[in-house]
Design a protein around this ligand. Structure first.
Ligand code: PMP
Length: 298
């Protein structure tokens, strides 16, 4: 067991145990996490699809082989306590990590603990304020044969950061990443992708290297409620380029219309706009889908 002896910030030694540098999760990307939105809805503050996010957190931990002491009820209670400390719309990030400075990649040697961070979230108006300009990234998603792509693990985000940074340096807002094996569209760097063609909505199926996004699932559901045909399936780069509309979904992004992918520019977006409106009603509790967990100050 090789623990860190001391940690310095610039020339200053940090108190023993503070270990912002030395934690194993930071060294090796061995943490799993979630991003959850809290909305000040019509019936008071509530977290959107809390149990679905926490179930995914538990699943991510299992997929990585992380042992920890929490069950769903304990996670729920800790996250609700953290969320209740903030008034207004919020972005909540629970992380299962190890601050232990033990070196090595055998996760069995490491104690994992829950740390929850809060960020102020943008207002509840999720109407598009602008359309994103995307490029198809040369950096593909990790292969499911190299990494459990369904796990939301910090280490995997080095790949997202690489693709996003290269895209932004080239003047785009974000990148579409492809599945490494099939070469089909997988997802954007931190969001799922949808295409609309002749009124039919499609998002890449989970057979490709895609995170099972909770906003993605919500949008598929909401489309059904609006009577819009929506399905998961293979999406090629050609499908993306031939689409009438393209949009992204994610907890932080909510639903973001895409204005262009490389040289292809998209026009009117009636389907995306209908979904944005349905989503806004769902997250604020104007329509009831059983997706909101009330947050009460303790
Ligand atoms: N793909 C990736 C790689 C992501 O990081 C996210 C954000 N969690 C998503 C998709 C969207 O997932 P969700 O709707 O659950 O936030």
């Amino acid at each position: 067991m090789t623990r860190c002896l001391a940690v310095f910030h610039e020339g200053r030694r940090l108190p023993d145990g503070s270990a912002p540098f030395g934690g194993n999760s930071l060294q090796h990307g061995t943490a799993v996490f979630e991003g959850i939105r809290g909305y000040s809805g019509v019936a008071g503050p509530a977290l959107f699809r809390l149990d679905d996010h926490l179930a995914r957190l538990l699943s991510s931990a299992r997929l990585l082989g992380i042992d920890h002491p929490y069950d769903l009820a304990e996670l729920r209670s800790h996250v609700l306590t953290a969320a209740a400390s903030h008034q207004g719309d919020v972005y909540v990030r629970p992380v299962l990590l190890t601050l232990d400075t033990v070196l090595g990649v055998d996760l069995r040697a490491l104690p994992f603990t829950l740390v929850t961070g809060l960020w102020p979230a943008p207002g509840r108006d999720v109407r598009p304020t602008g359309a994103a300009r995307l490029t198809v990234s040369p950096w593909r998603r990790p292969s499911a044969t190299s990494f459990p792509v369904r796990a939301k693990a910090t280490g995997a985000y080095a790949n997202s950061a690489l693709a996003r940074t290269a895209a932004v340096r080239a003047g785009f807002d974000d990148a579409v990443q492809l599945d490494p094996d099939s070469g089909r569209v997988a997802e954007a760097t931190v969001a799922n992708v949808f295409v609309v063609r002749d009124g039919r909505i499609r998002t890449p199926w989970l057979a490709d290297s895609v995170l099972a996004g909770i906003t993605r699932a919500s949008v598929l559901d909401l489309a059904g409620g609006l009577g819009l045909p929506a399905e998961e399936g293979p999406v090629t780069v050609e499908d993306l380029r031939a689409a009438d509309e393209v949009f992204l979904t994610g907890t932080a992004a909510e639903i973001v219309p895409v204005g262009a992918v490389d040289d292809v520019v998209y026009g009117a977006r009636p389907v995306c706009e209908a979904l944005v409106e349905a989503f806004r009603r769902a997250v604020t509790g104007a329509t009831d889908h059983g997706w909101l967990t009330p947050v009460r100050a303790g």
